[in-house]
Design a binder for this molecule. Sequence first.
Ligand code: SF4
Length: 419
Amino acid sequence: MDFDRIKEKLSILADAAKYDVSCSSSGSKRKNTNKGLGDSSGMGICHSYTEDGRCVSLLKILLTNHCIFDCAYCVTRKSNDIKRAAFKVQEVVDLTISFYRRNYIEGLFLSSGIFKDADTTMERLIQVAKKLREEENFNGYIHLKSIPGASDELMREAGLYADRLSVNIEIPTKSGLKLLAPDKNHEDFMKPMKKVKNEIIQYKQESRIIKSTPKYAPAGQSTQMIVGATGESDRDIMYTSNFFYKNYQMRRVYYSGYVPVANDPRLPALGTQVPVLRENRLYQTDWLMRFYGFDVREILNNDYPHLDMEIDPKLSWALRNREHFPVNINRADKSMLLRIPGVGLKSVNKILQARKFRKLNWEHLKKIGIALNRAQYFITCDSRIWEKNDYSSDRLKQIIIQNSASKFRKDTGQLSLFS
Ligand code: SF4
């Protein structure tokens, strides 16, 4: 093997893959069988990301950064004058196995530029996964990025080898996609997603009757949207996510702040800041929808198409809906406890547990760990000390901001080690 060439390819194709954040590996339970290598569930696959979106414990590469398309927001686009490279199928297999044996990685995230056509590219990705599973008996985690426009048959095959499949929608609105990726067709994303969804359901149903039914994409499917490349509102983004969660049983939607990679009048100028805070607020909204019982329309609607960047979306909702508060911590049901700013899912469970034995007061709530700097204005508990809460919503927002040691506050630079 020409190690220098492989190293060079690795540096080019790992660098090109860093813009894809959809590589969380949670949810798969592939067990080691046949004295094979690896086990995707029992070894704590890391979900950490570096600041620019790289997942730290998967070998995350493109098969190639040659691409026949010219999506304006993508560093791999054909009109971009960059170094190109392509791995052979066997090279990716060998790299994965040798990295795995050295404990560098816990799995593989494999994506690709589109060379020749969607099916040829998809076939090549599947070959890697198939070789790993069938020839190397590899039971570690595999996430394959599906190629928009790939045939149903290939999507079916891909799910038999991969733990997770993802088709990145990239741009949240149809009009944005048309503007920045005119070669791409909205339907090319939807068709494979639909196929994967149907196969997941079908294989699950069959496995209830026939025990030997193979697993199909056990970690489900995910997608990614680039945020801030076009003028979409937060409402547009989250309504699109909501659509995917509801209709395609999407396991995760990832939000990736646009990193300016092109000098193009259709895009934010080079040097424009990556919208990291917006990305964070979108993830918070996503959690409210998935775990806190919020309907997306409660948070974003025609009156409020944008998230408040100064405060988190739950606090923002509470300030707009003061009539629901104060909530009595000792009597409210779970769904209402979940709506209190500063009270997370774990704290709600602790509250429900603790109040079986006693009425809770401020001290108890502090010990439970709720963020009283926000919660105190929205609750009552077993205490005669009553937090003044007759401020206007605007005033209350300012008070909470002042009292919060937000990591996003502009004046929070890194402290010197020796001061
Ligand atoms: S098809 Fe994919 S890899 Fe090719 S330019 Fe578009 S986003 Fe980039």
